[in-house]
Design a protein around this ligand. Structure first.
Ligand code: HEC
Length: 165
């Protein structure tokens, strides 16, 4: 019994090390399409309500991003950080009119930190999920995204004010 639970412990430790390494290495190692469907399992970094767009957003992060936020290590955010912004149209809760809740899914956008690969846009690659695939935007589109993130240059181009620090 003892041996098997130890073996399991080693196996679990090994598996989580592998997944952390995968998060850290994939953004630098690949361009174009990547598998990052995991964002649905990622912890919350923040939420926002864009009143000019009538949308609600959940901002979540991969393991590296969450760890960085919780330890205050976001100046700059470390390479391998991925921040996802999941957007829903807002609607009134059918059973509680003063509650604004997520309605129809609108989009899931991404910022992937790789200070070398994306040096031209502040070290951030900009992309979006198509189903479970993270598709990185081309240069022109990324430049557009980046331009609007300029006002928060001092926060390493990230608007979200992380919760649970
Ligand atoms: C018109 C300005 C504007 C443009 C263009 C823009 N963003 Fe943002 N972005 C914001 C603002 C404001 C926030 C914070 C509020 C919110 O959650 O929407 C934000 C937040 C984000 C976040 C969450 C991390 C953070 O910085 O808080 C991601 C990820 C993101 N944007 C990705 C993108 C991508 C990808 C593009 C290009 C396709 C893009 N953005 C274009 C204004 C913009």
């Amino acid at each position: 019994m003892k041996t098997s639970s130890m073996t399991l412990g080693i196996l679990v430790a090994g598996l989580s090390a592998v997944s952390i390494a995968a998060y850290a290495e994939t953004p630098a190692g690949q361009g174009g399409k990547m598998e990052y469907g995991e964002y649905k399992d990622w912890p919350v970094l923040g939420v926002s309500h864009r009143t000019e767009k009538n949308t609600l957003r959940a901002i979540v992060g991969n393991e590296i991003a969450i760890k960085a936020a919780r330890s205050g290590n976001t100046q700059p955010w470390p390479d391998g950080s991925i921040i996802a912004k999941v957007v829903w149209k807002q609607r009134v809760h059918p059973h509680w009119p003063s509650a604004i809740v997520p309605g129809e899914f609108s989009a899931a956008e991404a910022m992937v930190k790789d200070s070398k690969k994306y040096a031209e846009t502040g070290g951030w690659g900009f992309g979006h999920w198509e189903g479970r695939k993270l598709v990185m935007n081309n240069k022109e589109k990324s430049a557009e995204c980046f331009a609007c993130h300029m006002p928060v240059k001092d926060a390493d181009y990230v608007y979200t004010l992380p919760v649970y620090q």
